[in-house]
Design a protein around this ligand. Structure first.
Ligand SMILES: [Zn+2]
Length: 419
């Protein structure tokens, strides 16, 4: 991490100048219509008068936004109401219209990618995960663009697709729609937004998976995450995100949350294998999926993949459980540091051990209790992901949904419904 915060970004590429690019969904504050739509998501079915109170907008303004949102097919009058229907009837409660549109998501992991469909309330409708055949960017993006229409045909049930959100690890510039750097894929300055927009005809938004999942927690997860959230993602890649009141901190280099190379010092194993950065004992080189599989092999536990190691732990295989518990302690150290740096309302850990093995979550919280100077209630402040088991399907869709909710009356050319 650099200590300099005022120096201009020094980047290896010159193709995209930030000043040329308007602020896009992921970093934009909610528009008036966005505030109305978000209040309806949180509280619907809800009366217009309540929306006015929740948003601080005037009743007339809420009625105007609501009419436009209904005309766009994003909001409908609740069926709980009685009597004839029509635009602008003030006493009929409003809810998100899930019957006319969906959003699509794509998550690009190190070894596989996931395409998914999500309704406008964030419910996963379908997902399709496939292993990569190589790491060539064009090939992976072509493959995503090919798989998406098949998923839409099979599962969108006649609803039109409004947007495609893409999430991946490491450094992503959501304003430019570019993956700046993904070392494990060998990607540098890949213009994911432009490639996929051309291939699919959809409005495409791109963001880091950590920010995508932090946004998903704030929009769709526990209410306690709404004020401020730090999210720590531990998978094949390790990184973090910080969100406060719906706004995501990005940083001038799109680099906020780059915790992969946090040194663990004496707590780590010293690193039987050096980290990709050349040093030993980095957080990522100690707790990543690859590290877990290697550590299992060192103990004579031969597994073909991280997923297999997790399955062994879930059925109680002692060596597998011990590896996940060690991982939980190390992740707990990073969590304690992040809690002290940001003092968030909630720190969300996206890690399957903490999500599915109660002992791992307890170990992680114990580590936080021992190490954090500011967090005295880890039982409340440290929580597993709300999306355990569907993290990858959620991430991409949340990028699209976040952009749509930020500016629902913006240009969202729907890909026509397929029946
Ligand atoms: Zn490193």
């Amino acid at each position: 991490m650099s200590l300099s915060v005022s120096a201009p970004a020094r980047r290896g590429r010159t193709s995209v100048r930030r000043s040329d690019i308007p602020a896009a969904g992921p970093v934009r504050r909610l528009s008036g219509a966005g505030s109305v739509l978000s209040a309806i998501l949180d509280h619907g079915p809800v009366a217009r008068s309540t929306v006015a109170r929740l948003t601080g907008l005037s009743p007339a303004s809420v009625t105007g936004h609501t009419g436009r949102l209904m005309a766009r097919g994003l909001v409908r009058e609740s069926e709980e109401s009685t009597g004839p229907k029509g635009l602008g009837r003030p006493h009929i409660p409003l809810e998100i219209d899930t019957g006319r549109h969906v959003v699509a998501g794509a998550h690009i992991a190190v070894a596989h990618s996931t395409v998914s469909l999500m309704d406008l309330r964030g419910r996963i409708l379908a997902e399709d995960r496939q292993p990569h055949r190589g790491t060539d960017a064009q090939r992976i993006l072509d493959d995503l663009a090919t798989r998406l229409p098949r998923l839409v045909t099979a599962h969108a049930a006649g609803r039109a697709v409004l947007a495609l959100g893409v999430a991946t690890g490491h450094r992503v510039d959501p304003e430019a729609g570019v993956v700046i750097e993904h070392p494990q894929l060998g990607w540098r300055d890949v213009p994911v937004r432009d490639v996929l927009a051309a291939a699919t005809g959809l409005q495409v938004q791109v963001d880091s998976h950590a920010r995508a999942l932090a946004r998903a927690e704030q929009m769709l997860g526990e209410a306690t995450t709404r004020a401020s959230t730090v999210l720590l993602f531990v998978g094949a890649v390790v990184d973090a995100a910080f969100a406060t009141a719906g706004a995501m901190h990005l940083g001038p280099r799109s680099g906020a949350g780059s915790v992969a190379h946090l040194p663990l010092g004496s707590a780590g194993s010293g690193g039987a294998e050096p980290c990709s950065c050349g040093r030993r004992g980095c957080l990522q080189s100690e707790v990543s999926e690859r590290a877990m599989v290697r550590q299992a092999a060192e103990q004579g536990l031969l597994v073909g993949s991280f997923t297999e190691l997790l399955e062994r732990a879930l059925v109680g295989e002692a060596r597998a459980v011990a590896l996940f518990r060690r991982r939980a302690r190390l992740v707990g150290q990073a969590a304690a540091l992040l809690l002290d740096m940001f003092d968030p309302e909630v720190l969300v850990v996206v890690e399957p051990g903490a999500g599915r093995l109660p002992q791992c979550l307890a170990d992680l919280r114990t580590e936080v209790a021992e190490r954090s100077w500011v967090c005295d209630d880890p039982e409340r402040a440290v929580v597993p992901s709300s999306f355990t088991g569907s993290v990858l399907a959620t991430a991409g869709g949340a990028v699209a949904l976040g952009a749509l909710y930020a500016d629902p009356l913006g240009p969202w050319p729907a890909l026509p419904a397929v029946s």
